[in-house]
Ligand binder design. Structure first.
Ligand code: ZN
Length: 76
């Protein structure tokens, strides 16, 4: 595991230790201050990759409207 200085995305404390573990090729770090488990920002997907992944999902959303519309369409 490599040492990779970066900051906790929650409390902004510096993370200066080696990765706590590696999962699917990405280093994960536990913040010494707030204990948030995060991945190194360098391992996050770029905006276009993230959008393509999102568009590949068939989500219902988190509000009642999208689910309600889908249920009503099934009854027609
Ligand atoms: Zn933190």
């Amino acid at each position: 595991m490599e040492s990779d200085d970066h900051f906790c995305p929650l409390c902004l404390s510096p993370i200066k230790h080696e990765a706590d573990f590696v999962f699917k090729g990405r280093n994960f770090y536990r913040c010494d201050e707030c204990h948030l488990l995060s991945v190194c920002p360098d391992a996050l997907p770029d905006a276009q990759t993230e959008k393509n992944r999102y568009l590949n999902h068939q989500n219902y959303g988190c509000g009642p409207a999208p689910v309600l519309v889908d249920l009503l369409k099934r009854r027609i």
